[in-house]
Design a protein around this ligand. Sequence first.
Ligand SMILES: C[S@@+](CC[C@H](N)C(=O)[O-])C[C@H]1O[C@@H](n2cnc3c(N)ncnc32)[C@H](O)[C@@H]1O
Length: 325
Amino acid sequence: MSERSSVTIDVHLNNQDPAAVREEIRAGLLATPRRLPTKYFYDDRGSELFEQICELPTYYPTRTEHALLTGVADDVMARTGADELVELGSGAATKTRVLLDAMARKRQLKFYVPFDVSEGIVRRVARELAEEYEGLQVHGVVGDFLAHLEHIPQGGRRLVVILGGTIGNLRPESAEAFLSSIERETAQGDFLLLGVQLITNVERLEAAYNDSAGLTAAFNKNMLLVLKSVVGAEFDPDAFDHVARFNHEEQRIEMRLRSVRPQVIPIPELALTLHLKDGEEILTEISAKYTRPQVEALLTRAGFTPVAWYADHEHLHGLALAQKH
Ligand SMILES: C[S@@+](CC[C@H](N)C(=O)[O-])C[C@H]1O[C@@H](n2cnc3c(N)ncnc32)[C@H](O)[C@@H]1O
């Protein structure tokens, strides 16, 4: 008789200290320049919008990474022998199926751990994958991967994956701290597969974040609605423009919300009245682009040993495979 799939979901976001959440948002709004944490894009609507962005013709990163993974998944599984896939920032896990299929071909597929800040999408993905892959044990974790990594369940021969340019959303010091914390939470011999967007033509990059359908703009403004539910802030999305530009010095795309008029926004929960000037911007996302040497140096500083590098023929996207020794 065939083995049955199973689903377990742990939710850790409720453990967050509300005072710390308020302080994080307040400090960002008062910083110079003003900024907000990227994770607040992702409620259920934000995750859906991101899925739609991934299907846009101008948004090349998802297609490129999908094709790259398809070509290299068997090699990754042969090198790692993994029977457990832990995916940090798993989102809709569309590309994950390529890796799960490769594990299934090797008859090694046992566990999948989707880890994301968006509860709705973790629950959906867990249900879908348990149905699609017979015998798969899915253990979803809803949490902040910068704070709750110790809740990754103990498991088998693990391959931790971070796809979709998620690492690029972190500043260099946070990216290194994040990878170091993964190194601490994994066992000797475990592997990490890290997806990175590579430095390329600026027009192509900016086009990917300024689609004519307005989906990226809606995604950017969704953060204002999330902040309403998190701290009761009454932002008017129509009072902001979406801005996405390449920062040459930092080698990254920066997304901002630009106030279209002077605004006074009281936020009682933060004990703050926000005064925005006409044209003033709030930084909502960075999307850093890397080179292979930068990625390998980052992995090495975090304690991993790089073991393989894969890239598409246009050098738009890279996948670094590294091991904990
Ligand atoms: C750029 S998307 C990538 C999604 C998916 N891996 C892909 O390749 O399409 C980033 C994902 O990370 C999640 N995320 C962002 N910040 C997070 C955090 N601090 N903790 C956990 N998940 C986070 C988001 O909800 C989103 O699903």
